[in-house]
Ligand binder design. Sequence first.
Ligand SMILES: Cc1ncc(COP(=O)(O)OP(=O)(O)O)c(N)n1
Ligand code: TZP
Ligand code: MG
Length: 266
Amino acid sequence: MLAAVAGLSLMNVSGEIVASSNPGPGSFAVALVDAIGTADAQEIAGRIRVAKPPLDPRLYLVLGPGEPDPLRLVRAATAGGVTLVQWRDKSGSTAEQVEAVRALVAASPVPVLVNDRADVARAAGAAGVHVGHGDLSAAEAREIVGPAAIVGLTIHSLDEAVAADNAPIDYASVGGVFETHSKVNPDPPIGIDGFRAIAGRLRQRRPALPIVAIAGITEERAEALAAAGADGIAVISAITSSGEPGRAAEALRQAFARGQARETAS
Ligand SMILES: Cc1ncc(COP(=O)(O)OP(=O)(O)O)c(N)n1
Ligand SMILES: Cc1ncsc1CCOP(=O)(O)O
Ligand SMILES: [Mg+2]
């Protein structure tokens, strides 16, 4: 498979290079064969464009093996409006994680990312990986999952925002914004003002980088965070503990949309 992709890329990019010198119709084929034969690997790699899965971070569900029926949960939550899913397993074996992620990828109509484990993401055919402090760096994760995958990074502070200026990431997750019972968070919550400050610093250098907020997010807070400029909210308990994940997802999406409308109007 990889060899086929490499061969096609070599053909396509060589064709682009030859076409840019405007050869006549009779000499194009000869020039193409010459270009393929003398191709410079670095130039070819630099010109390859890869299509990423579309990233819609508006409502990002994080779940793990503690859920009694993860596939059912994901089906209901995505039907209710979840746009992105993350598998977060802090203790399962590698084989267990790969199996769980493969099943989720098959069941989910939206992209599935894997927390921490770029190797699992790649092996299971997930859309990407999320890393934070103490995990692989974003650059190391990117090496493993490749240029077409989604890489997300947690940002806790202004210093981490500055350090992320050149990180090869597709979105940042800022938090913990509020207190959470779903994870041990040693740092105090940053609040909505902290979110605004960090998001502002990230956007100084990377205005198009999607930024989601995480930790302790409820319907009411979803609206406030959208109004504060979040591109998305990442939640565990607001959906997994609701008893009705589809309805909870719908309510969060609606609240988030109300906040976005307030932000646009301001
Ligand atoms: C969307 C999202 N944001 C933040 C995190 C937390 O990542 P990290 O800081 O690496 O902590 P763990 O989740 O690995 O315990 C996340 N997983 N997802
Ligand atoms: C994975 C993670 N990272 C920072 S807070 C958190 C958990 C968020 O869960 P909840 O939405 O239940 O507060
Ligand atoms: Mg992590």
